[in-house]
Design a protein around this ligand. Structure first.
Ligand code: AMP
Ligand code: ZN
Length: 115
């Protein structure tokens, strides 16, 4: 837990939000500034700043993030058409919240290469 981290506050209930999913390792909620018709964030409960700061002990939560992404994509009925998982890491990638999170984006065709 990090005192000032917004995703820690959302994950532990200090800031109330509606979870799409919650379990012992991760939570998921809607992004407040959606970039696609479906835009969810899947967030480990433990504070890890980014992929660059990952340690072996965090890997079960990372694996759970992918499992939850699969489940939420299925529930949103976007599994067949496709979806994009994004993990921005660091300044050049545009990471704005320094607590590891996976974006689940879907519901429109997406371009490649990304901007
Ligand atoms: P990133 O730029 O990859 O660090 O993504 C951070 C994401 O968190 C952005 O898409 C924001 O819109 C989103 N975000 C920031 N604050 C909140 C919040 N309180 N609840 C939900 N999403 C948030
Ligand atoms: Zn945090």
């Amino acid at each position: 837990m990090s005192t000032d981290c917004i995703f820690c506050k959302l994950a532990d209930g200090r800031i109330p939000t509606q979870f799409l999913h919650e379990d012992d390792l991760v939570v998921a909620f809607k992004d407040t500034n959606p970039q696609a018709p479906v835009h969810y964030l899947i967030v480990p409960r433990a504070h890890v700043a980014s992929v660059a700061a990952l340690e072996t002990q965090h890997l079960p939560a990372v694996a759970r993030c992918l499992e939850v992404a699969q489940r939420l994509a299925r529930e949103a009925k976007v599994e067949r058409r496709g979806f994009r998982l994004v993990v921005n890491t660091g300044q050049d990638a545009g990471q704005t919240v320094d607590h590891l999170h996976v974006h689940l984006l879907a519901g429109r065709p997406m371009e490649w290469p990304p901007g």
